[in-house]
Design a protein around this ligand. Structure first.
Ligand code: GLA
Length: 417
């Protein structure tokens, strides 16, 4: 892996590139340009829908949309949405004049779902033409879908003037994913895409929906994302099955949410409980504890404790929650085998699981060595070249450009910090 691959292009460059693509296609500059980031979750996995704690950060990779009102000659109806995307061949087209339903192409359901959510709130959504470009790898556990939903919400806000509070907006996007994509997801991904702060992790209490910023800006620490390239859609039911098992376990323990159960309560119920439900509940209860402990450890700079919590989380996801896979385990083991002597703080799978990515915290001057080691051994064992990139905690979704009759904002709030 070369050094060049570590760098992701800045948001300004990505935006300028997309604006040029829009111009090339439509012969005019885009009226709106919005961006919403993907995320990596540092710890707190499969806890969000149990009302627990999560500690994600937004990454500097975005779903970005350049759009403009429909003009004569575009070949698009006045109240139609027409999107093209670099990543997929099939454009998205639907009318905002009639009730919006799920349809093809499948990626468009994230967009449709969000527009439908705004319509339910009384928004009259005008037609538009748009070019989408996402640098969040798809289906990799980095919330490419939440990024697309949140970018769509930003765009609808700009085009209709109906602006939502951040929490409402995130919840609207979550509902779009649940109802239009059929994944009964929690709130983590959409919350962090909307509300993340640069240079900080976001501690989110998923029951109260209160967020707290955890500074994470040391030049000495890098966040290395490693993609197994194994893809397993969360729509296939394994995610929904985990959620259901958690709900059943909570009912068995007599609590509304697993977040409210204690380890001693669980131990006490052990013999009466289905062993699978027991394991699922143990993961959730322990993962909440680990997440809160990691926040404290980061504040004290106790990186050894952060590392062991990350490995503990991975183990628990592998054994108790059963959402890991051989390739994720391999990448975590490879990082772990290098250990602190070679600059590795900790590693674990990130996101829903069944493939996707690991997150490794590594000291900056060891990045080359660690990634070379992981790449080489992963390739030898699997025959596949993993994709690796460095990222840093980035800000949440933003409007990069919006032009109105007497007001024009060009890339105004870039690098908000
Ligand atoms: C997916 C879901 C999130 C969360 C994670 C697992 O990313 O969208 O809500 O449940 O899986 O932590």
């Amino acid at each position: 892996m070369t050094h060049r691959e570590f760098k992701s292009t800045g948001i300004e460059e990505q935006a300028a590139f997309l604006a040029r693509q829009f111009e090339a296609r439509y012969g005019r500059a885009p009226t709106w340009l919005v961006a919403a980031p993907g995320r990596v979750n540092v710890i707190g996995e499969h806890t969000d829908y149990n009302g627990g704690f999560v500690l994600p950060m937004a990454i500097d990779r975005y779903a970005m949309v350049a759009a403009g009102p429909v003009e004569a000659g575009d070949g698009v109806g006045e109240r139609e949405w027409f999107w093209v995307s670099e990543q997929t061949l099939e454009p998205l087209r639907f009318s905002t004049d009639e009730p919006i339903r799920q349809g093809l192409p499948a990626w468009g359901n994230y967009v449709r779902g969000v527009v439908a959510g705004f319509q339910d709130r009384g928004a009259r959504v005008p037609g538009l033409v748009a070019v989408l470009r996402s640098t969040v790898p798809m289906g990799a556990g980095l919330s490419s879908s939440a990024a697309l939903e949140v970018a769509t919400a930003m765009l609808v806000e700009e085009t209709t003037g109906l602006r939502l509070e951040p929490v409402e907006k995130a919840l609207l996007c979550q509902r779009a994913e649940q109802e239009f994509a059929g994944v009964p997801c929690g709130i983590m991904d959409q919350f962090v895409s909307v509300m993340a702060e640069a240079d900080a992790l976001m501690l989110l209490d998923c029951r109260s929906r209160v967020t707290e910023s955890v500074r994470f800006d040391s030049e000495d620490l890098a966040v290395l994302v490693a993609d197994t390239l194994v893809r397993h859609a969360l729509t296939d039911g394994s995610y929904a099955a985990r959620r259901e098992q958690c709900e059943t376990a909570a009912r068995f323990l007599g609590v509304g949410l697993l977040r409210e159960a204690t380890l001693s309560q669980l131990e006490e119920a052990r013999l009466r409980m289905d062993p699978v439900l027991f394991k699922r509940a143990r993961h959730v209860i322990m993962e909440d504890q680990r997440t809160l402990a990691v926040v404290e450890s980061i504040r004290y700079g106790d990186w050894a404790a952060v590392g062991s919590a990350m490995y503990g989380s991975h183990e628990s996801l592998r054994v108790d929650f059963e959402v890991s896979c051989r390739e994720l385990d391999l990448l975590v083991d490879l990082a772990r085998s290098l250990g602190p002597e070679h600059g590795v703080v900790g590693a674990r799978m990130t996101g829903g699981g069944f493939g996707g990515c690991t997150v490794t915290l590594v000291h900056t001057n060891s990045v080359e060595e660690v990634s070379a080691h992981m790449t080489r051994h992963y390739r030898e064992e699997t025959g596949v070249e993993p994709v690796m990139f460095l990222t840093r905690p980035s800000g949440g979704a933003q409007v990069l450009r919006t032009v109105t009759e007497n007001r024009s904002r060009y890339f105004p709030e870039l690098n908000r910090s």
